[in-house]
Design a protein around this ligand. Structure first.
Ligand code: SF4
Length: 216
């Protein structure tokens, strides 16, 4: 986004908190706008708010956030130096017809498209050097439906505004995987931490990243 419709990130946030651009506004408790360091070099993008985030109004604030923090710490990163946000800012839910219990659901494409407006504003104001995308669904939104996390995870790709973008595993996916395939989950966790280390190294020494790409 070359231009913003607002005069500050705080103005963007305040307006987003009243957003009714898509039907998800009707089922949310809190809008979960991005949070973190406004001067961050790294902007991390997840799919959407969890049930806990919907109550706190903060991204990755529940158990998913604890797992993410652990992976970041093992890679030498801290979310205090990142801007953390999501593809869609309001919780997407449906009522399970079998149990009659409200549960999370994937967002509809129309909801994702509507909320891109806010992500583009965050990109404009944070001006990150690199993007990290968590999970295959979020990566498909950023890179197109042909993106395959199983094949392209951990590779530097070109994101919006020609920003370097790297997609990696969703930590909660690895936790679920651990319940039925522990070796695969352990391998996946190592790859997740390795990916995040790549990100740290890229922002710490961007010239070495570009020279290694040129020689590749
Ligand atoms: S999901 Fe995004 S576009 Fe939809 S109401 Fe929430 S903030 Fe607005």
């Amino acid at each position: 986004m070359m231009f913003s419709n607002y005069d500050s990130l705080e103005h963007v946030r305040a307006t987003c908190l009243r957003c009714q651009l898509c039907p998800l506004h009707g089922s949310r408790t809190e809008v979960v706008f991005g949070a973190g360091d406004v001067d961050a070099s790294i902007l991390l993008i997840g799919q959407g708010p969890s049930l806990t985030d919907n109550e706190t109004g903060l991204p990755y604030s529940g158990p998913a956030g604890e797992l993410l923090d652990t992976a970041l710490e093992q890679a030498g990163l801290s979310r205090h130096n990142l801007w953390v946000t999501n593809i869609h800012k309001c919780l997407a839910t449906r009522v399970n017809p079998k149990t009659n219990v409200e549960e999370q659901r994937p967002p509809k494409m129309s909801e994702v498209k509507a909320c891109r407006y806010w992500l583009d504003e965050e990109l404009h104001w944070i001006k990150p050097d690199v993007l990290v995308v968590i999970g295959g669904s979020a990566a498909k939104v950023m890179l197109g439906k042909d993106f395959k996390l199983s094949e392209q995870r951990g590779q530097w790709m070109e994101g919006p505004g020609q920003l370097p973008l790297l997609a990696t595993y969703q930590p909660t996916y690895l936790k679920r995987l651990n319940e039925w395939d522990r070796p695969a989950a352990i391998k996946g966790w190592r790859e997740l931490v390795h990916d995040l280390k790549q990100v740290r190294e890229r922002v710490e020494s961007p010239s070495s990243a570009s020279s290694s790409e040129e020689s590749a």
